[in-house]
Design a protein around this ligand. Structure first.
Ligand code: NDP
Length: 321
């Protein structure tokens, strides 16, 4: 049971590039948007270092700094930004209900979902056992604790490549575990990895168990998936960088999604299968997943929300006449 109820014209859930861009456009269109930031205000980019490919920053920018800029711009036009987490929805009626932190109900004419995605884990028992005690899914957040030590990282995409080179600056040695015999990362990122002398790449190699004394990590048992040979790496830190899962659990049963949980939107649109509910950014994009594309779809969502409300108002006036 929830106690408080508040009605808004435009509710934005999530505070990454998609959410903030939607907020900037919605606020400027006088939709008086209310944004709930989620647990990590600023989203995934607050956990990264240099962003060199977002237009408008010719010398690059740190992820957290860029998200601070997004926030200031959204606030400048009057977005009501609140810390809170959407814990449930009811999209059965013309007015959409969203529950915040299990206690507050927001009813909204339009909802823009920009809840992004979350890091994936391998699923090893030892990974959970040592999570926060030598195991991490964020090199930028936790790399500092392994200064001068030997660490391992799993993954072969752009994130893994970026995090491996970041760790290589702090750590003595970085073992990079690639499950196939090639990288998925872009050529530019691969180039960085290959040119970092203290990264050792282990192809066709998978993590089997993180070893430790119950409190801290002191090794990693790996297996070569071709030769089936085992090896123990002397490491004290283990980083996972194998991709992300869209944050869509609360929308199951209400919104159409693909097999991986990404929200489905109409072609050339951010419109979901529920009228007045729009999805922008990584929560609906498993192809591009870039800050700039997320921002672009956030803009689309706000414009579509504005047009949806204008059309609805028009219908009400016509019916009244
Ligand atoms: P990706 O999905 O691109 O890559 C995930 C990697 O993890 C793949 O190499 C995959 O292996 C590997 N992997 C997945 N599951 C396992 C497993 N169980 N065991 C071992 N390895 C596994 O995710 P990213 O997070 O790297 O990137 C997401 C998106 O963000 C991409 O579009 C990327 O380009 C973009 N990005 C851009 C950056 C930049 O431009 N600066 C920085 C970071 C991300 P396999 O290849 O075998 O499937």
């Amino acid at each position: 049971m929830t106690e408080e109820i508040e009605h808004v014209k435009c509710l934005i859930i999530g505070s990454g590039p998609a959410g903030y861009t939607a907020a900037i456009y919605a606020a400027r269109a006088d939709l008086k948007p209310v944004m709930y930031t989620g647990i990590v205000p600023g989203g995934q980019l607050t956990q990264t270092t240099d962003v060199e490919n977002f237009p408008g920053y010719p010398t690059g920018v740190m992820g957290p700094e860029m998200m601070e800029d997004f926030r200031k711009q959204a606030e400048r036009f009057g977005t009501d930004i609140r810390f809170g987490y959407a814990t449930g929805v009811d999209f059965s009626g013309p007015v959409h209900k969203v529950i915040i932190d299990e206690v507050k109900t927001i009813t909204a004419d339009t909802v823009i979902i920009a809840t992004g995605a979350t890091a994936k884990w391998l699923g090893l028992d030892s990974e959970q056992k040592y999570n926060g005690f030598g195991v991490s899914a964020c090199a930028v957040c936790d790399g500092f604790f392994f200064k001068g030590q030997d660490v391992a990282i799993v993954g072969a995409g752009d994130t893994a490549a970026e995090e491996a080179t970041y760790l290589a600056k702090l750590c003595n040695k970085v073992h990079m575990l690639v499950r196939r015999e090639e990288f998925r990362a872009s050529k530019a990122m691969q180039h960085r990895v290959f040119n970092t002398p203290n990264i050792e790449i282990h192809y066709n190699t998978e993590a089997e168990e993180i070893l430790g004394d119950g409190k801290t990590v002191n090794g990693l048992r790996v297996v070569n998936n071709q030769t089936k040979e085992h090896q123990v790496l002397d490491i004290t830190g283990f980083f996972v960088a194998i991709g992300h899962k869209p944050n869509t659990d609360i929308f199951k049963g209400w919104l159409d999604m693909d097999a991986s949980g990404y929200l489905l939107t109409k072609a050339d649109s951010t419109q979901t299968n529920v009228e007045g509910v729009f999805a922008a950014g990584d929560v609906q994009d498993h192809i591009y997943r870039q800050a700039v594309t997320a921002a672009g779809s956030g803009c689309m969502a706000a414009l579509e929300a504005e047009r949806y409300l204008a059309a609805k108002e028009h219908t009400v006036i016509e019916t009244a006449n």
